[in-house]
Design a protein around this ligand. Sequence first.
Ligand code: OAD
Ligand code: ZN
Length: 251
Amino acid sequence: MREEIVEAAKLIASTRPWIALTGAGISADSGIPTFRGPNGLWRRYRPEDLATPEAFQRDPHLVWEWYRWRMEIVFRAKPNPAHTALKRLEDLGVLVCVITQNVDGLHQLAGTRCVIELHGSIRRVRCTSCSYRAEVSEPPTEIPPRCPECGSLLRPDVVWFGEPIPSEALSRALELCERAAGIIVVGTSGVVMPAGMLPHIVKSRGGYVVEINIEPSAITSIADVFVRGRASEVLPQIVALVEEMLRRAYS
Ligand code: OAD
Ligand code: ZN
C-alpha cells in the first residue's frame, strides 16, 4: 500500500465531518472527457469560449452541438468506483456532502444523498425567456431546441462563465466549508472560481485538505496529503482503509 494512501485514510478516519469537492477528473473513468489537459478540448474550442452567454447568443447552434455531444456521452455513462467510494464514505457517516462542479449527475446515480451541484445539470434544460424547465434523458433531436411553451431558445440548465452560481447551492457549500473538519478534493484543476476557493476556506480555518489527482493542480500546494493517481483506483483503496480503521476502533 502506498504511503500517501495510508496517510490520507488515517486523516479521514481520525476526524469528521468531511466534505468532498469533485471535478471532471472523477468522471474521466466513466468515459466523460475533462475540460482541460490532454484530450480535454472539443474540436478547437476552449470551455471559456463555448460555455458563456455571449457564445450562446452569437452561435446557439454551435454551443448546442457541444452540449449534444456531451449529453450523448453523459446519458450513456455510469458511475465508476470513485463515485461509489464517496457514497460508501457517506454511508459510514464520515462524509456529509459532495460538492461537485460536474453536471453529469453521476454522484446521484451512485446513490450519494447529499450532492450540491455548483454548475447545474446537463440532465435539465430551461427556457431563455419564460420559466419553463424540464428534465431530459436524451439529447435534443433538433438543435437548437425551442421552448414548447413560448418558442424561445432552450438552454442547458448549467452555469456558464460570467454567470453566478445558484445562490442556494453556493451558500450551502460555503456553510459546509465553515464547519468541515476536512475536504477531499478529487479530479479538479481548481482554476475555476468560486469552486476553486472552497479548499482554501477549509484550510484557512485549520481544516485538512486531501487531494486526489493524476497530476498536481492549483490546490496541491495547500494539500496536507496529495495522492497522485486515478480517482477510480485510489479512492476505493482509501475508503476501504478508512472502513477498516473505523471497524478496528469500534471493536
Ligand atoms: P478540468 O478539466 O479543469 O480538470 C480536470 C482535472 O482532473 C485535472 O486536474 C486532471 O489532472 C484531473 N484528472 C483527469 N483524469 C483524472 C482521473 N482519472 N483521476 C483523477 N484526476 C483526474 O475540470 P474541472 O476542474 O472540473 O465549468 O473544471 C472546472 C470547471 O471548468 C467545470 O465545471 C466547467 C469547466 O469549464 C463550467 O462549465 C462552468
Ligand atoms: Zn419559454
